[in-house]
Design a protein around this ligand. Structure first.
Ligand SMILES: O=C(O)c1ccccc1NCC(=O)[C@H](O)[C@H](O)COP(=O)(O)O
Length: 228
């Protein structure tokens, strides 16, 4: 996974089509969330994912923490990638890896003001069983761990990139205006955005997606050129 762009929080087929047309790589579908406020039904998400071309991947974003339930859900949905946003224990990740070896696993690292040691322990405990980590931003005002539209301290994400043996996808408050600076500072393998690409009605805005993808691609090229 390198220089990859994910757009999360897909609402329907038209939005998925537009995001693919504008050049994003992976599409994230938030399902089985604690508050059950999903933007899309599981049946609609499964149909969109099934119709994606091989260069695009549908990723389920969920708080499920039980390995059997995660495997069964992915099989029902026909997906081969899942972003685990809940507090799943390393032992359960190990079990998931054992029962679903081909599943691509993204584990979230939710950055708070003062939890770097906890994040380091999560990296150490989970790295053996997951394919990549994804940072995100905690919102202390609401307790939300995802889709907050808030950036966190990118020095923390940059340090996580340095210590993680797995690639890192940077998420949390990214938008067309800040994604280039974020990539240059953090040097992640991938970026993800959700609310920063929406219009006032909560749908993804084509121009924001287009600009986000273009800015991210240029920044990835720049940092690749610098390391040659
Ligand atoms: O996408 C969601 O609705 C969601 C809900 C609950 C937890 C995580 C969620 N998404 C995870 C993501 O990958 C988001 O894109 C990520 O939180 C970044 O969101 P934003 O800060 O709005 O760009």
């Amino acid at each position: 996974m390198q220089n990859l762009i994910q757009v999360a929080g897909i609402i329907d087929q038209a939005e998925a089509d537009m995001i693919v047309e504008e050049g994003a790589d992976w599409l994230g579908f938030a399902l089985r969330l604690p508050a059950r406020n999903e933007d899309i039904s599981e049946a609609d998400a499964a149909a969109i994912i099934k119709a994606l071309q091989p260069r695009n991947k549908g990723v389920i974003i969920t708080y499920l923490t039980d390995a059997d339930e995660i495997r069964a859900f992915c099989a029902d949905m026909g997906v081969d990638a899942i972003q685990l946003h809940g507090d799943i224990a390393p032992a359960e990740l190990r079990r998931l890896r054992a029962i679903a070896p081909d599943l691509f696993l993204l584990k979230s690292l939710v950055v708070k003001a003062d939890n770097f040691d906890e994040l380091r322990r999560t990296v150490d405990g989970a790295a053996e069983y997951v394919d990549t980590f994804i940072t995100d931003t905690f919102n202390p005002a609401t307790g939300a761990k995802g889709a907050t539209g808030l950036v966190h301290d990118w020095d923390i994400s940059a340090e996580l990139v340095r210590i993680s043996p797995r690639p890192l996808m940077l998420a949390g408050g990214l938008n067309p205006h800040n994604v280039a600076e974020a990539i240059e500072k953090v040097r992640p393998a991938a970026v993800d955005a959700h609310t920063g690409l929406e219009d006032a009605s909560g749908r993804k805005d084509r121009l924001k997606v287009r600009t986000f993808v273009a800015e991210a691609r240029k920044a990835f090229e720049r940092i690749a050129g610098e390391s040659k």
